[in-house]
Write a protein that binds this ligand. Structure first.
Ligand code: GP9
Ligand code: MN
Length: 402
């Protein structure tokens, strides 16, 4: 295990970039409010469906935030739980199964534990059964102090749809939980309404369904809009409680919502062919970071969910050099344009590699494989080293030393 750990440490040391000096510690006295946006893909942002703006609130919020346009979801079969794993450990989820189930007893260096150590109160809020995705056990390993699960909410037939409590009452009822938390806190909210099969009560539909052969895609737009409105209401309530000025707000999409089974209808909406190149581009999810007192910026650096944790820790002024992490600070001056998807596809500033084929990123044109070759080993190595770390529970040994 010693030598495997050395390989991992060497790789990480060679690939970590210096945090951005201007932003390091820029939010050091603030709370962190994370919002996992269920099944939200980036292709709806700034777009219209039959003339209707799909996400009017997020489109406006982006203008006063840092918004990452080339941010990829890197989840596998563990879906939401994999995204949680990525954004709180800066490690890759596994190629098969859900790490939340298979490795919940591992030792981790997760952000809730790190923040807890740094004086933060840490809580996860999600109105579902606590054992779903094995969260009750995994959250302990990640260092959460409290999990506000479905028992912390008033849930009835009238305020539920699809998988459970609707996002609007979820956020409404969560305000009291937030107000009860000692500050500074790290609070992660997991939304639920915009989940397959995207069912929504008529009274909650502010925009009509789309018209295509895919009922799933048709329903997606009104549920996305519902989530957009739920987040708007949440931000308004945060402003009223004065938590807004004291909190960094991080909104991110957890994974895709529209699978390739709906490609034909999605092609109709996008008005372009969904090639393997497009399939990779469709793995972009929104990442929006609002820092009080800052205007923000739209950033097109290629990045992924794995980069979020170091970014947040650095904003809070916490160093990560003693942490085994594969992501990099999104604001680092020399952050590499690079994201590896869990299936081995990868994206650089110029190229997209998928299904053994190399594409030019700007045009989507197929190009000679030799263009992608320089990055192929790096992509394989990252996934392999991260898998070794998780499968061998190597952080147990790493943290025991010195
Ligand atoms: C369940 C919710 C959805 O609690 O997080 O999980 P998903 O099916 O998207 O992984
Ligand atoms: Mn999900």
């Amino acid at each position: 295990d010693g030598s495997r750990l050395t390989d991992i440490e060497n790789y990480i040391q060679a690939n970590q970039k210096e945090p951005n000096q201007k932003l390091f510690g820029a939010a050091s006295d603030k709370n962190i409010i994370m919002v996992s946006m269920e099944s939200l893909q980036n292709f709806v942002i700034g777009e219209r469906m039959n003339g209707e703006e799909i996400t009017p609130f997020l489109n406006a919020f982006i203008k006063e935030s840092y918004y990452f346009t080339d941010f990829y979801q890197q989840t596998g079969q563990g879906k939401t739980s994999d995204s949680e794993f990525l954004v709180e450990n800066s490690l890759y989820p596994l190629g098969r199964g859900a790490v939340f189930f298979t490795h919940a007893q591992n030792t981790f260096q997760a952000s809730p534990a790190i923040l807890n150590e740094a004086g933060y109160y840490t809580a996860a809020l999600h109105a579902n059964n606590k054992s779903f995705w094995n969260r009750d056990l995994m959250y302990q390993s990640l260092g959460y102090q409290h999990f506000y699960d479905n028992t912390a909410y008033r849930i009835n037939a009238a305020n539920s749809v699809n998988w459970g409590l609707k996002d609007k009452p979820f956020f409404k009822q969560s305000i009291a939980h937030l107000q009860a938390m000692p500050e500074p806190f790290y609070a992660k909210f997991i939304t639920l309404t915009n989940h397959f099969p995207f069912t929504l009560d008529r009274e909650d539909r502010s925009i009509p369904e789309y018209t295509s052969a895919s009922k799933t895609l048709n329903r997606y737009f009104p549920t996305v809009r519902y989530m957009d409105e739920a987040i708007e209401q949440f931000i308004t309530d945060l402003k009223e409680t004065n938590l807004y000025e004291h909190s960094v707000i991080v909104l991110y999409g957890d994974h895709y919502g529209i699978s390739d089974n709906h490609n034909e209808s999605l092609e109709q909406f996008l008005q372009r062919e969904i090639t393997p190149f497009e399939t990779v581009q469709l793995q972009r999810v929104p990442l929006i970071i609002h820092i009080p007192g800052q205007t923000g910026q739209t950033i097109d650096k290629v990045s992924g969910q794995i980069d979020l944790e170091p970014t947040i820790l650095h904003l809070l002024g916490l160093k990560t050099e003693n942490k085994l992490q594969f992501g990099n600070d999104l604001f680092a001056e020399d952050k590499l344009d690079f994201a590896v998807l869990r299936n081995g596809s990868f994206i650089t500033s110029e190229y997209v590699y998928t299904t053994d084929t190399c594409y030019q990123k700007e045009t989507g044109k197929l190009i000679d494989i030799s263009y992608c070759e320089p990055f192929m080993d790096k992509a394989k190595q990252e996934l392999a080293l991260s898998d070794q770390l998780v499968q061998g529970d190597l952080l147990r040994f790493y943290l025991e030393r010195d």
